[in-house]
Design a protein around this ligand. Sequence first.
Ligand code: G6P
Ligand code: MN
Length: 447
Amino acid sequence: MENKKFNICIVGGGSRYTPGILRMLVGEKDRFPIGKITLYDNEAERQAKVGAYGRILMSEYYPECEVVDTTDPETAFTGIDFAFMQIRAGRLKMREMDEKIALKHGRIGQETCGAGGFAYGMRSVPAVCDIIKDIRKYAPEAWILNYSNPAAIVAEATKRVFPDDYRIINICDMPIGIMGFYAAALGKKSSELTPRYFGLNHYGWFTHVYDKKTGEDYLPKLHEIFKTPMAAKGNQHPLDNSWMETFKFMSTMIQDYEDFLPNTYLQYYLYPDHMVSIENPDYTRANEVMDGNEKITFEMLDKVAAAGKLKGTEYEPKGGMADGHAGYIVDLAYAISHNTDEVFLCMTENHGIISNLTEGMMVEVPCHVGINGVEPLNVGEIPTFQKGLLENQFAYEKLTVDACLEGSYKKAWNALTLNRCVNDTQVAKAILDDYIEANKEYWPELK
Ligand code: G6P
Ligand code: MN
């Protein structure tokens, strides 16, 4: 393994995140050397801009690494060791529809939570499964590190459509992001801490945050610190207002719930009325992203292409290549390829891990990661409050996947009704019917 160069494919190559992933891979070239990166997307023109940027970046900083962008699955997947999969079926335009349709009915339309997560799941599941089938055709043994959203629903689907394919790993960066805040508050590095956590994706709790060296559990200290609203970070882009609010709101959840520390996404399930009340139905997170990060990223790509270089321009990567959003995915690939057995929070099937939750549920828990994929740590029994919430959420997620795979209107309606952020039969039907209309191009037909 020591001198092996890996070939990877970034599925969703045209994403606004891909330039950051490419820079991150440059920064990791000693630890995780790469021979070839293929970018795969269904939108050739958009992806070509990212590909051109990637080739300029590599020519200056990583000449031995080839970058190819393609819409052909055979070219994309043949010979790869890893697929980093991060697709957004329907792009941000449909994210905006998800949000605005739900808000019109007075409900949360968030990307992964509430009705929005349902609509996105119905688009994402068929798209993700089709791509995985193609990957398996051309790269039967490649590791597929999937972080396409809504990850909980996608994980439930991949488990069912590809049973026993342990080389598909579903993972999310949110717990890692939150750990970054904990580490900063403690004056530590994230790598010095190890979490214990349980839940479903975007629906979980930290039960312990240990110092790897001393074994001290910082949970009580963190509870104390984060009871006070986090100060806004000075360099935050004004269009990231909703994230600032989210991090500030963590303190309310921590004050109201003394046990554990919450994933930020719990705000949607535990405070749905408040969350609806602070949304602007005419300007949602999709708008913030389209007018902010996405626009800035694609303007940058155009300028770099025009200049033909990064060095000596305002886009020269300064202060290292690290990229917060993407680094963890290489940590995961490294753990697999070098069999480190390091602990990551991953989604995996509940086989007695959480003893009082349904068997087979895709739970998010600490797992050792190595050459056998993920090997979960035991959690044991969880309290009744969390058990009730999680069983409800799992039933909703399961029905969503059923509805999608079977084309069942009834199950889709049941699913939405069960979602804590919807919770009403008539509202669920009204939202569902509007979503069906908006998603004609993307959803399976529901009968
Ligand atoms: C976190 C979550 C992702 C989510 C992203 C949204 O990273 O873990 O699942 O997609 O936030 O960020 P955005 O900037 O698109 O709102
Ligand atoms: Mn996530």
